[in-house]
Design a protein around this ligand. Structure first.
Ligand code: ZN
Length: 261
């Protein structure tokens, strides 16, 4: 998604060329190329598939819609297995007007129902807490505390968290919640970008690392001290950056990564 204009095939070639070792794929990209063709592109890419983004969006006003969401997430798990992704990242969902506590209860219930299917497919599920500014429509899980609470309630090695600095950097409990997740070995992925000030678009104005004010190195040190062994993923949604030459942009990403992460 960071280099969305390239599409999947060009992205994997460019990442490989740039010395990038892995890629997370969005379902949007799979929809464009088809799951089978995407799987072939990835299998021959030399890149490790880190995760599939994204599942989730569980809360709904009626039981049928909640069941449909669980069914849809089973399809996401199938797609992850098909492309060799060991992890599905979850944006868990929220509905305007649905109390956040009720939404979280619905999410917990949906995850309990989904976990056996994920285990059977050997695909893990990572709850990605989103910044509170998205708590109306995107996710009722807005802190690592809330995500860790649900991980403990669901209690399966197939459920864990995704730590994204953009969503969590403001939280004064972040370090201790990273430690808490580390104790269960439930940090499944780690996303970096930066918080621009002012931010002019709530969705698509993320900064490249070093363009904003997140202490990325500090958060990385906590995540690694907690035992997270995986990829550090650059995830930048940016209308400004998508308008650039994407090959030049990848060079800038690599430089920013080396300097600020
Ligand atoms: Zn993220």
């Amino acid at each position: 998604m960071t280099t969305k204009p390239l599409g999947l095939a060009a992205a994997v070639a460019a990442y490989r060329q740039a010395g990038v070792g892995g890629i997370t794929v969005w379902r949007d990209a799979l929809a464009l190329r088809g799951v089978n063709e995407s799987a072939k592109i990835l299998a021959g890419s030399g890149l490790k598939v880190v995760s599939l983004c994204r599942g989730g969006f569980f809360p709904a006003t009626d039981a049928e819609a909640r069941q449909a969401a669980v069914d849809e997430n089973r399809r996401v798990i199938d797609e992850a297995a098909a492309i060799g992704a060991p992890l599905v990242v979850l944006v868990c969902g929220a509905l305007p007007g649905l109390p956040l506590a009720e939404a979280r209860a619905q999410i917990t219930d949906a995850l309990r129902r989904l976990v056996p299917y994920a285990a059977q497919a050997n695909v893990r599920l990572g709850i990605e807490p989103l910044h509170p500014m998205y708590s109306d429509t995107r996710s009722a899980i807005n802190s690592l505390t809330q995500a860790n609470d649900i991980v403990e309630q669901v209690n399966s090695p197939y459920i864990g968290v995704t730590v994204d600095v953009y969503h969590l950097w403001w939280d004064d409990r972040l370090e201790r919640e990273i430690v808490r997740a580390g104790q269960r070995a439930s940090i499944f992925s780690f996303h970096v970008c930066d918080w621009r000030s002012p931010t002019i678009d709530l969705l698509n104005d993320r900064g490249l690392m070093g363009e904003g004010y997140i202490d990325i190195r500090q958060i990385r040190s906590w995540v690694e001290a907690a035992g997270f062994p995986g990829f550090i993923e650059v995830e930048v949604f940016s209308t400004r950056c998508w308008a650039m030459d994407q090959y030049e942009y990848i060079k800038r990403i690599c430089a920013a990564y080396l300097e600020h992460v």
